[in-house]
Write a protein that binds this ligand. Structure first.
Ligand code: SF4
Length: 337
C-alpha cells in the first residue's frame, strides 16, 4: 500500500495513517469519472485539500469535497453521491449495500500492536481471550495474536458480519464479532472508551483496553455509564411527549423500529412524535415541546452525547425499560442490525 503524502511534500495531513490513494486513482481513471466526490470523517478532513489536488492532478477529474460532518460508513453523503460520477469515502469500511458509485478507502494506522498487547497480556486473566479492534488497526490483528501467544494466551477473533467487513472488527453500533465468541474475557485494541464499553455491555464480560497510541492498558468499568443511563430513564419516566428521532443517514435509518416504539408508547398513554432528521443536535429538538427523546440513530447520540441535551435521550431498549416492556437487570446495548 502506498503511503499517501500531501503534494507539498509534507505528510501532516495523513499523520499516522496509510491511505491506498494509488488504488483510488487507478479506479477513478478506469471508471472515466469526470467529477469525483471526497468525503472524510473529521479526523481526516485536513487531508482532503491535498488529496483533492492529487486526484485532480493525476486523473484530470474535478473534485468536490463534502463539507458536512461524517461519522462513519453509515453516513455516506447521498446528495453529493447524486452530483458526482464517483465518490471516495475515506476512513471506513463499507456497511452492507450502498450506492454503486462509492469507493471506500480505508485509513490504516501505522502503530504496531505488539508492545501494547504484550503489556496487556500480563494483566489478562483468561487463557483464551476474544480480541477485537476498530477498522484502523484490523490489518495488524495477527501481530496481536502472536504477542498473546508468546505469553501463553490464545487470542480468538469472531467472524465478520453484515455490518462489519473484517473478523474481529467492531463498530460503536455493532459487536457481533465479540458476541459470536464463547470466552470469559476480551481484549479491545484501540482508542477511546466507547467501543470497549459496548463490548462489555453487549457481552457482560471483562474487557481490557490496549491503546496503541498512548501505550496504556486499562480495564473498562461499566458502572458509571450504567448509573447515568438509569438516571436518564428515571428523568424520562414522567414525560408525556416523546420525540422518536429517526436518522436520514442511510446506515442509521431505522424507521420500522421507530414505528414500533411509537405504537408501544401510545399504547402506554404517551404522546409519541416521529422526528426525521440528518444531524441530531440539541437545537433541533428545542421547539418540538418534547420532554424526552428516544434515538433510533447511532447509539452514540444517547450514550455519548446525552450531556449536551436539556431533555433525557434514551436508546430504544432503555425506552422499553421505561414503559415496562423490558427488565433493567440485564442492560441491553443498542446495536444496529
Ligand atoms: S451508527 Fe454510529 S457507531 Fe455505527 S457506524 Fe455509524 S457512526 Fe459508527
Amino acid at each position: 500500500m502506498a503511503r499517501a503524502h500531501s503534494t507539498d511534500g509534507s505528510n501532516s495531513g495523513f499523520s499516522g495513517y496509510d491511505l491506498d490513494l494509488d488504488k483510488a486513482i487507478d479506479l477513478i481513471q478506469k471508471s472515466g469519472a469526470r467529477l469525483v466526490g471526497l468525503q472524510a470523517p473529521e479526523g481526516l478532513k485536513r487531508a482532503t485539500p491535498a488529496l483533492a489536488r492529487r486526484i485532480e492532478e493525476k486523473t484530470g477529474a474535478k473534485v468536490i469535497i463534502s463539507g458536512d460532518p461524517c461519522f462513519g460508513a453509515c453516513d455516506v453523503d447521498m446528495q453529493l453521491c447524486q452530483e458526482v460520477d464517483l465518490m471516495l469515502h475515506l476512513g471506513h469500511a463499507p456497511i452492507g449495500d450502498g450506492p454503486d458509485n462509492v469507493i471506500f478507502l480505508e485509513a490504516r494506522m501505522i502503530e504496531d500492536l505488539r508492545d501494547v498487547v504484550e503489556k496487556a497480556a500480563i494483566v489478562l486473566k483468561a487463557k483464551r481471550v476474544g480480541v477485537t479492534t476498530t477498522i484502523q488497526h484490523v490489518h495488524k490483528l495477527d501481530q496481536a495474536l502472536e504477542a498473546l501467544k508468546a505469553h501463553g494466551i490464545q487470542g480468538v477473533v469472531g467472524p465478520a458480519g453484515d455490518r462489519v467487513k473484517y473478523p474481529g472488527q467492531v463498530l460503536g453500533c455493532c459487536y457481533c464479532t465479540a458476541r459470536a465468541l464463547d470466552v470469559e474475557e476480551y481484549l479491545f485494541i484501540g482508542t477511546g472508551q466507547f467501543h470497549p464499553l459496548g463490548i462489555a455491555l453487549a457481552t457482560g464480560k471483562r474487557v481490557m483496553i490496549a491503546d496503541p497510541v498512548t501505550g496504556e492498558v486499562s480495564e473498562i468499568d461499566t458502572d458509571p455509564m450504567l448509573r447515568r443511563r438509569f438516571g436518564a430513564i428515571t428523568r424520562a419516566r414522567d414525560a408525556k411527549r416523546f420525540a422518536i428521532l429517526v436518522s436520514k443517514k442511510p446506515g442509521q435509518r431505522r424507521m420500522a423500529l421507530a414505528e414500533r416504539l411509537k405504537a408501544l408508547g401510545e399504547f402506554r398513554g404517551r404522546q409519541m412524535l416521529l422526528v426525521y432528521l440528518d444531524n441530531i443536535e440539541p437545537d433541533r429538538l428545542l421547539n418540538l415541546g418534547a420532554e424526552a427523546a428516544v434515538s433510533t440513530a447511532c447509539p452514540r447520540v444517547a450514550l455519548d452525547d446525552a450531556a449536551k441535551y436539556k431533555i433525557p435521550i434514551l436508546t430504544p431498549p432503555e425506552f422499553e425499560v421505561l414503559i415496562g416492556e423490558r427488565e433493567w437487570e440485564r442492560y441491553e446495548f443498542d446495536e444496529i442490525e
